[in-house]
Design a protein around this ligand. Structure first.
Ligand code: FAD
Length: 341
């Protein structure tokens, strides 16, 4: 098949994929039957293999999930139990062991995940783009999808790359991330019952330029909606804290520096020797949630013809974390859906 990727920005991955933590997750947080777990666990293995083959900068540095208060130990054990049910390789560490490993942190216990790591996401995107092109596909940058109408089982897709033009395609895959609601609304005859409204959950990151004791990722125990202000690394070893979470009405990547006080108190709850002067604004990402602030976590949504009744359309929404980890598995899954049709 010939494939065309329509990308409105000047380079691929300028959306959510440019503004995340770059963590290769292991898959302990979500229910066993969810697509998030399934794709995260298979995607983790595929991504390490792909990164190795393509020489993409990555490191399997491991991650500690820490409880800093005894009241968090139940949540810690729940995450561990879920991870074991999901088949993830994890170690539950006692307070003594955690304190001996991380003497500078306030901990009551931890989980160690050896399969968690980090990856250079821009390099990953470049490699994927290269694969598309080497296999005869086209990545059309600076090209906006405007609308698509299906007639006689063929989609006529209206685009704009400075001027309007149309292309024809048997299959159409909507994987436009934060714009997936707007794009889906422009596909005829997709019924609005099958389109999730997207809510925007913004996340801020602060980078840290001082000395620090971290050599692995460290995640405070999370609640249901966030993974907490974790310690992350870029590939040069620079550490950063985040993402926070606040729900916003617009796609706005401007940095709210007033959040610094919240970051300081949150980080100090597990790392008291943080030097606030060394904490600097870094960047903002926006999660494309298909639930609102008051709803339970929803799974990735990949709707196929048997779900929405339109032949040869795959409508993908809600690809938030662990979307980077899952990307190759999602790709395989969607390829199988296309082959089936
Ligand atoms: C704060 C944050 C932290 C995260 N951390 C992690 C992590 O550590 N590990 C992990 O596994 N996942 C993480 N994720 C999730 C991960 O980043 C996403 O799941 C993933 O990047 C989504 O990729 P995507 O291709 O669906 O969306 P995008 O990368 O946004 O790609 C969609 C593309 O569609 C294009 N587009 C949109 N509308 C149009 C149009 N009309 N015409 C043409 N092109 C269009 C956009 O320009 C964009 O390039 C995080 C997400 C956030 C927000």
């Amino acid at each position: 098949m010939s494939v065309a990727v329509i990308e409105k920005e000047f380079r691929s991955g300028e959306g959510i994929s440019s503004r995340n933590s770059g963590v290769i997750h292991a898959g302990m947080y979500y229910p066993q039957s969810s697509l998030k777990t399934k794709f995260c666990i298979s995607g983790n293995k595929l991504l390490y293999k792909y990164a190795k083959n393509k020489n993409i900068n990555h490191k399997k540095i491991g991650k500690y999930i820490i409880a800093s208060k005894s009241s968090e130990l139940k949540r810690l054990k729940d995450i561990y139990d879920q991870g074991i049910i999901n088949g993830v390789n994890l170690e539950l560490c006692s307070k003594d062991k955690t304190n001996s490993l991380h003497p500078e942190l306030i901990t009551e216990g931890s989980i160690f995940s050896p399969e968690t790591g980090i990856i250079d996401v821009p390099e990953l995107i470049t490699a994927l783009e290269g694969d598309i092109q080497h296999n005869g596909g086209l990545v059309s940058l600076n090209t906006s999808f405007l609308k698509a109408i299906q007639k006689d089982n063929i989609f006529e897709i209206q685009c704009n790359d400075g001027k309007e033009f149309a292309i024809k395609s048997k299959f159409l895959i909507n994987s436009s991330g934060i714009s997936s609601e707007v794009v889906a609304q422009s596909i005829e005859p997709l019924d609005s019952r099958y389109i999730y409204p997207i809510s925007y959950a913004r996340g801020h990151y602060f980078k840290y330029s001082g000395d620090h004791p971290f050599s692995t990722l460290v995640y405070p125990v999370s609640d249901e909606f966030t993974s907490g202000l974790h310690v992350g690394f870029d590939m040069s070893g620079q550490i950063r804290f985040g993402p926070s979470i606040d729900w916003v009405d617009d796609i706005d990547y401007s940095f709210d520096e007033s959040l610094k006080e919240n970051f300081i108190s949150s980080i100090k709850s597990y790392w008291p020797s943080l030097n606030p002067d060394k904490l600097q604004p870094d960047y903002v990402g926006i999660r494309p949630k298909i639930q609102n602030a008051n709803e339970q976590m929803k799974d990735f949504s990949i709707l196929e013809p048997k779900d929405h009744g339109i032949r040869n359309l795959i409508n993908i929404q809600g690809i938030e974390s662990p979307g980077v980890t899952s990307c190759l598995s999602i790709g395989e899954y969607v390829t199988n859906l296309i082959s089936k049709n």
